[in-house]
Design a protein around this ligand. Structure first.
Ligand code: PMP
Length: 745
């Protein structure tokens, strides 16, 4: 090799050190004339074409000196490449410096990184090259759809979820804009091992092998994706880079609008390829290690409201902030078309714009930790659920008067979650429609009209739903109890005069005393009464009551709209906690993760009796799209082990809230199961409800961007029932905020 360099380049006294290389074999060459980089490629026509293109590109960066970019050193014939029979040799200037990955970050360094890349792109703007323009790389962000098939190689389902989410976001936000974006040839790989730094500034870049003709903004996105590794506040660091870049290569608003999604897109690409590579080289620990910062950043990215990111990028570029309408204005607009009867949560309502998993984004750029919403059961916008819905929507959506495979597939999967006698399902579109139908089934089967309900229970908004919802018919605007309703007292052990293990059966006896000798159609209750203030039915209550109801010819209905689908942690259905099996089960809310779904599950005999000649038909109930979505929810619950998570995190949550009691006597009771928790606030030893404090706490938490609600007959119970992907760190955030709000009130 030494003789070769002497013959072709006139170099002498050379020593060689092998460097990492991908396609080429690379050497650092130290000789009496200086230090060089020698790259040796296996000969091929196509390699030659690519190398010539790369050289042309580097030459275009004529403002950068040999210290900044590895420039070709011509051989003695004046050629940039020396070609032998089977190899191509390329001697380059050696760029000294510390890799960005090893440099300590500073605002000045990051701004100079932006400026450096801006300068590179500024120079490349007019550069055209047929070889580069005609190749199409998998690492080109505009080709992101090519990596979709690799997502399955990501080892953990949680990480897959994250990656699929951002892949979807790219599809939704970036893909439709691709044709409108400025395109040019870019370096395309300004990662932290390709960028060199010296004295707190970026002084060089290496490896032009990934150069491609693509959207200009991808360059900045790639640069950000790696530079933001291991930063507590990634947006703060992003701002320096964008500012520097924009000074040299002014960006357009429409480009900055997409930057958030593009940064994530690059992380997605990197994670997909590395996950695939790990499977090919399972012993290569380096690949696994390199995934960690990318995953960390993607997790942090999911907590950043895209509107906030856009605002930071606009500010960095000196653009006026995008206008967001004032809450009052939005509210007024709504009230023009909707009755104010539709309530809004919080003293200052929230104008929502997006969500991901346990986080929600408002139109002002804030991110809320969602400790409240149980409808997005497996997490807001879960990509598996979104994908299932849109695929099926693109294929077929019709009704149950036709045969289609999705109905049976989903119904079987759902029914497999129930104990033996519960073997028939009716699909509807809401919890209300389901409870209404449940009452019809019961009344039809028994030939009776009377219903027993529990105080403060809520079961739906239909006429029948209101009739059986004490929570509604006794409160403002309610018309009181209908004649056919029997009201059982709420078997609440916290406020009970019945103490000890027999409290449940005493409540049951009390309830049955109200039935008198008259027959009943059914008894309906939730296993934990949500609107009553997350009140678990006293242990033993249902075990005593169900046989008594049945002995009167009545049926037992469990409303699992809130408590079903694993939320309880210990059990998939709330009724299972009570060791009983209902005759009819009402399902809703979490079933479709936000897609409107409800169902009634019952046994063969009740279903047969209902089949009395009158058709049962729901236009939308059980349609293929709903079935696909419902099935995806069940699959995700299983794959992500969310019931177990509800149990573990829920138990921790209750312990942490319980621990607050010693500092705050206002916390009277902490109760619930899994991730379905209530915290009752009181004023004194007489357990006087502390409605004011509950409202204060809820609204203060909202100011701190944490969502909870209040409920119960006096609105004195803090309700928390987050998406089941909620984690212990999320619990700590909520509990710490509650602590500081109560401490400083
Ligand atoms: N049952 C229970 C226990 C509920 O909490 C609700 C809704 N809050 C319903 C039924 C009615 O469901 P939907 O709002 O879907 O009609």
């Amino acid at each position: 090799m030494e003789a070769f360099l002497n013959e072709h380049y006139g170099l002498s006294g050379c020593t060689f050190k092998k460097l990492v290389g991908y396609i080429s074999t690379n050497y650092r060459v130290d000789c009496s004339q200086g230090t060089y980089l020698l790259k040796v490629y296996p000969y091929s026509e196509s390699e030659l074409v690519q190398l010539e293109a790369e050289i042309a590109m580097i030459k275009c960066l004529d403002h950068l000196d040999r210290q900044s970019v590895s420039t070709p050193i011509p051989n003695q014939q004046g050629h940039d490449l020396t070609i032998t029979e089977d190899k191509i040799y390329r001697l380059m200037s050696f760029v000294e410096g510390q890799f960005l990955s090893e440099a300590s970050p500073s605002p000045a360094l990051y701004e100079s990184l932006g400026r450096f890349m801006g300068k590179v792109d500024q120079k490349l703007e007019g550069f055209r090259d047929i070889a580069i323009e005609s190749r199409s790389l998998d690492w080109d962000l505009n080709n992101l759809p090519r990596i979709e098939g690799l997502i399955q190689h990501i080892a953990s389902v949680e990480d897959q979820k994250l990656v699929r989410h951002f892949y979807l976001q790219w599809q939704v936000h970036v893909q439709p804009q691709l044709e409108k974006l400025r395109k040019c040839i870019i370096h395309n790989d300004a990662n932290d091992w390709n960028v060199l730094t010296k004295d707190d500034r970026v002084n060089g870049i290496i490896d032009f092998g990934d150069a491609t003709y693509t959207s200009l903004i991808n360059e900045l996105a790639i640069c950000l994706a790696y530079a933001l590794f291991d930063k507590d506040e990634p947006l703060k660091w992003a701002e320096y880079i964008v500012k520097g870049y924009h000074q040299e290569q002014p960006l357009l608003k429409q480009e900055l609008d997409l930057l958030y999604y593009l940064v994530a897109g690059r992380l997605v690409t990197s994670l997909c390829f590395s996950s695939y590579d790990i499977k090919q080289q399972p012993d290569n620990e380096y690949i696994v290690i390199s995934q960690r910062p990318a995953l960390d950043l993607l997790r942090k990215w999911a907590r950043i409201n895209p509107i906030k990111a856009k605002a930071v990028f606009y500010k960095a570029a000196g653009f006026q902030p995008a206008k967001t309408p004032a809450i009052e204005q939005v509210k007024a607009g709504r009230h023009k078309v909707m009755s104010p009867q539709l309530s809004l949560s919080y003293q200052t309502p929230i104008h929502m714009d997006g969500a991901a998993f346990q986080y929600m984004y408002d139109a002002q750029g804030n991110t809320f930790l969602d400790a409240y919403n149980n409808i997005p059961h497996v997490g807001h916008q879960h990509p598996r659920v979104v994908e299932a819905g849109r695929r099926q929507m693109a294929q077929l959506n019709t009704n149950t008067r036709y045969l289609f495979d999705q109905l049976e597939a989903y119904a079987s999967k759902l029914l497999a979650k129930f104990p033996a006698p519960l073997s028939k399902v009716y699909f509807v579109n809401s919890g209300s429609a389901a409870s209404d139908l449940a009452v019809r089934l019961a009344q039809n089967y028994t030939g009776q009209h009377r219903m027993m309900v529990i105080e403060h229970g809520y079961h739906g908004n239909t006429r029948m739903g209101i009739d059986i919802s004490h929570y509604k018919y006794t409160s403002r605007g309610g018309k009181g109890k209908a004649e056919h309703i029997v009201e059982a007292p709420l078997p609440d052990v916290y406020r009970s005069s019945y103490k000890g293990p027999n409290a449940g059966s005493k409540y049951a006896t009390e309830a049955m005393a109200l039935v008198e000798e008259k027959a009943l159609a059914a008894f309906i209750a939730e296993p934990i009464v949500g609107c009553g203030g997350q009140v678990p039915l006293a242990p033993g209550y249902l075990q005593a009551l169900y046989p008594a109801i049945r002995s009167k010819g009545g049926l037992c209905i469990s409303d699992e709209v809130q408590t079903g689908f694993g939320r309880m942690g210990t059990h998939f259905w709330g009724f299972e906690m009570h060791g009983i099996t209902p005759d009819i089960v009402v399902l809703g809310k979490p079933m479709g993760n936000g897609h409107p779904m409800g169902a009634v599950v019952t046994n063969d005999a009740i279903a047969e009796a209902f089949d009395n000649g009158m058709e049962f038909f729901s236009s939308f109930g059980g349609n293929p799209v709903s079935c696909a979505i419902g099935e995806a929810v069940l699959d995700v619950l299983e794959e992500e082990n969310l019931q177990a998570n509800a149990q573990e995190v829920g138990q921790y949550y209750q312990q942490q809230l319980e621990a607050l009691k010693k500092d705050f006597p206002e916390i009277g009771d902490v109760r619930g199961s899994g991730l379905f928790i209530g915290m009752e606030l009181i004023k004194d030893d007489k357990l006087t409800p502390n409605t004011e404090l509950a409202s204060y706490l809820k609204n203060e938490l909202r100011k701190q961007h944490i969502l909870v609600s209040t409920d119960g007959p006096f609105d004195s119970v803090i309700k928390t029932k987050p998406p089941l992907c909620f984690n212990k760190a999320n619990v700590d955030e909520v509990v710490n905020q509650i602590y500081s709000i109560l401490k400083n009130k």
